[in-house]
Design a protein around this ligand. Structure first.
Ligand code: HEM
Length: 124
């Protein structure tokens, strides 16, 4: 796992993400490596955060800017699932049933927060 660079993870995740969300691939066409890397860093930060409450303001901000980029709310779950699948591949035997369950819970919580943020914006 240590041999894998962040860039490899970013590429693997985006490849998996774009396979299930071809429209996202179109939206992300113009992003260079640096931009993709910065986005992946932030995605990992929210996925790994000890306390999601501390990420609410940031998530609300990004949902707003991403609405402007044409990102559909449903795409977030696919992106998070692609990250999980790639990390699972890298983890090998270190991936346990508890790991699977913790990732599932985190992805569901994030999807709910993002959905609520998008709905609040649609209503305002
Ligand atoms: C919680 C999930 C996400 C986070 C934290 C996040 C974060 C970011 C950040 C920080 C940037 C700016 C990169 C930079 O220029 O420094 C960015 C750009 C972008 N993101 Fe995301 N992103 C998320 C989900 C998504 C999803 C699901 C899509 C679907 C296509 C997406 C599409 C884009 C696009 C198209 C841009 C480029 C916008 C531009 O042209 O300036 N993002 N994202």
């Amino acid at each position: 796992m240590a041999a894998e660079s962040g860039e490899d993870l970013t590429q693997a995740v985006n490849q998996a993400f774009h396979l299930v969300e071809p429209q996202a691939a179109g939206l992300m066409d113009h992003m260079d490596e640096l931009m993709l890397g910065r986005m992946m860093q932030e995605v990992l930060t929210v996925l790994m955060a000890d306390n999601l409450n501390e990420q609410l303001e940031y998530l609300n901000f990004e949902v707003g800017s991403h609405l402007g980029y044409g990102v559909a709310t449903s795409m977030y779950g696919s992106l998070f699932a692609a990250v999980r699948d790639c990390v699972r591949d890298l983890a090998g035997d270190a991936w346990t049933a508890e790991t699977e369950s913790a990732w599932g819970q985190r992805i569901r919580s994030l999807a709910e927060i993002i959905e609520n943020a998008a709905n609040a914006r649609a209503e305002s």
